[in-house]
Design a protein around this ligand. Structure first.
Ligand code: HEM
Length: 115
């Protein structure tokens, strides 16, 4: 399940950048399709991550940091959505980019180093 989780967020990250550049290039139809697929991958990330989390809990291996990891994971998804929403409105997405990058670095650190 962890492989499905890693594949889901890796594909989501690629789709996020593709959607961002399509938006920037003014390709309305293209970005609509990729952002819909991106949202499907959000669901996959949450489902696979949720299943990994349930496995950890039922195995009796729960640690507080796993919960933090889950919350930061959801925050990354929120970050991607907010960057895209601001960009779509034509507003500056600088603050959202900073938030997204911080949450992404944090989630990778929590996923690979701390846990
Ligand atoms: C884009 C968002 C996310 C990213 C980039 C991400 C990244 C990661 C990474 C790098 C790992 C470690 C993989 C490994 O050990 O091989 C991981 C594990 C995990 N993720 Fe996510 N994740 C995200 C979202 C989520 C969400 C939304 C949830 C929960 C609903 C979640 C739950 C988990 C759990 C429970 C683990 C296992 C922790 C461990 O054993 O290290 N993740 N994730």
């Amino acid at each position: 399940m962890i492989h499905a989780h890693v594949s889901s967020w890796a594909i989501a990250l690629i789709l996020f950048f593709v959607t961002y550049f399509l938006l920037k290039a003014g390709k309305a139809k293209g970005h609509k399709i990729t952002s819909m697929i991106l949202r499907l991958f959000y669901v996959l990330i949450i489902l696979t991550g949720g299943m990994v989390f349930i496995n950890i809990v039922t195995a009796g291996a729960f640690q507080f940091m796993y919960l933090v990891k889950v919350l930061v994971g959801i925050w990354v998804i929120g970050g991607m959505e907010m960057v895209l929403a601001k960009t779509k409105k034509g507003e500056s997405a600088k603050g959202m980019w900073i938030m997204f990058i911080i949450s992404l670095v944090l989630v990778l650190y929590l996923g690979y180093d701390v846990l």
